[in-house]
Ligand binder design. Structure first.
Ligand code: 4NP
Length: 154
């Protein structure tokens, strides 16, 4: 069993999309029982909020339903509950490193350490156009497939 937490800034665009894409992939591959999957944001702005309507629509058109998710902020306890914490960008990573207690054995990685993109960060789509949401989903599908393959082959 691997406990995975996806993290972005607001927990309404990138990390809920990563949670949904990864859960959908596990369901399709029959590996859902091998994972606990969650997401959170380093900021508190959108605690309790549904994922951004633009991201929900873009994900839904790819067969990924995000409507039941609600925003929450990362907490110190996440570093004890999860085995691997996956940051979307370098700013999220810096925030997580600052929050991580010395006693935590959780692994902290970047989402695009996985997959084939030449980008190192999943771009924040919040202030951009519709293309940004499609790009995020393209990046997440590729990275999640690679992450899943690496874990399941171990
Ligand atoms: P996310 O996107 O980190 O992918 O959820 C954002 C959502 C909200 C804000 C910034 C980024 N915001 O500034 O409110």
């Amino acid at each position: 069993m691997l406990k995975v937490l996806f993290v972005c800034l607001g927990n309404i665009c990138r990390s809920p999309a990563a949670e949904g894409v990864f859960r959908n992939l596990c369901q399709k591959q029959g590996t859902a029982s091998r994972f606990v999957i969650d997401s959170a944001g380093t900021a508190a702005y959108h605690v309790g909020a549904s994922p951004d309507a633009r991201m929900q629509a873009a994900a839904r058109s790819r067969g990924v339903e995000l409507g039941g998710l609600r925003g929450r902020q990362t907490v110190v306890d996440d570093f004890h509950k999860f085995d691997i914490i996956i940051a979307m960008d370098a700013s999220n990573m810096a925030n997580l490193q600052g929050l991580k207690p010395a006693t935590s054995t959780a692994q902290l990685v970047m989402m695009l350490d996985y997959g084939h993109s030449t980008l190192q960060e999943v771009p924040d789509p919040y202030y951009g156009g519709a293309d940004g949401f499609e790009q995020v989903l393209d990046l997440l599908e590729d990275a999640c497939l690679d992450f899943h393959r690496q874990f399941v082959s171990h």
